[in-house]
Design a protein around this ligand. Sequence first.
Ligand code: NAP
Length: 273
Amino acid sequence: MLRSVFRCLRTKPFSGHRSMSQSSLAGKVAIVTASTDGIGLAAAQSLGQRGAHVVVSSRRQANVDKAVELLKSQSIQVTGTTCNAGMGEDREKLIQMAVEQCGGIDILVSNAAVNPFFGNIMESTEAVWDKILDVNVKSAFLLTKLAVPHMIKRGGGSVVFVSSVAGYQPMQALGPYSVSKTALLGLTRALAPELGQSNIRVNCVAPGIIKTRFSSALWQSEDIMEEFQKQMSIKRPGEPKEIGDVVAFLCSEEASYITGETITVTGGMGCRL
Ligand code: NAP
């Protein structure tokens, strides 16, 4: 009896829904930028739980080490390195590492963003704009440009950009950041037709207010949250996993006919351009 159960386990493919979704990215290599905390880390977890080998990175080695340790403890295949997404040589190092150590690239999640400026947009300086556009927009494109030839070698791939609800409705005091997030909506649509010819899908996720360090000034303030909640159908901030799972969905076979799209994950906050 036991022997036949073991034989069955060895030979039968997984059939339960949980197993199927968990194994749907098996054999894929996924680069996620800014992935040692918050939404990036949650995306790495969701991709890893579905079987992908994830390449995590951020600026600080100590954060990379911590994230690698955490993901390993969750039985996720993981490789880590430092990478400041705004720096060309770091981006090249990241791509090279994925290719040399993991055998190629199938998925790129461009998640890094900075916001060095709060205030009236008319008071923002050229240096602020340069920094925000370099990290939030140009790096997303330049990393895609580096990753695409490797995806083509694997027969295709998937790119996901992380935008924001602020890309649809600029947030007061976050003007330049909001504009950079609108640019990612355009980048998604500009790249999709060209990369579709190489069997590479390009999509985007626009989170609402998500409980991470980046947005803590928003969700930790009762007054600010009260205002946001008026716009939400689900009256709470989102969890990073609620974004990570949508990212993983967009990278999976279940989304094989979706490209050039942005999925808003905002608890119902209105998103219109
Ligand atoms: P977070 O929790 O504060 O995490 C930020 C991560 O990015 C950390 O791992 C940090 O590690 C890394 N990082 C920061 N600057 C970097 C750089 N230049 N290059 C590479 N890594 C960098 O932030 P988050 O809320 O998850 O934000 C992630 C993305 O979601 C951003 O694109 C943000 O605009 C977007 N988003 C967030 C919200 C929200 O409510 N949280 C809403 C909409 C959109 P190191 O310090 O080690 O670099």
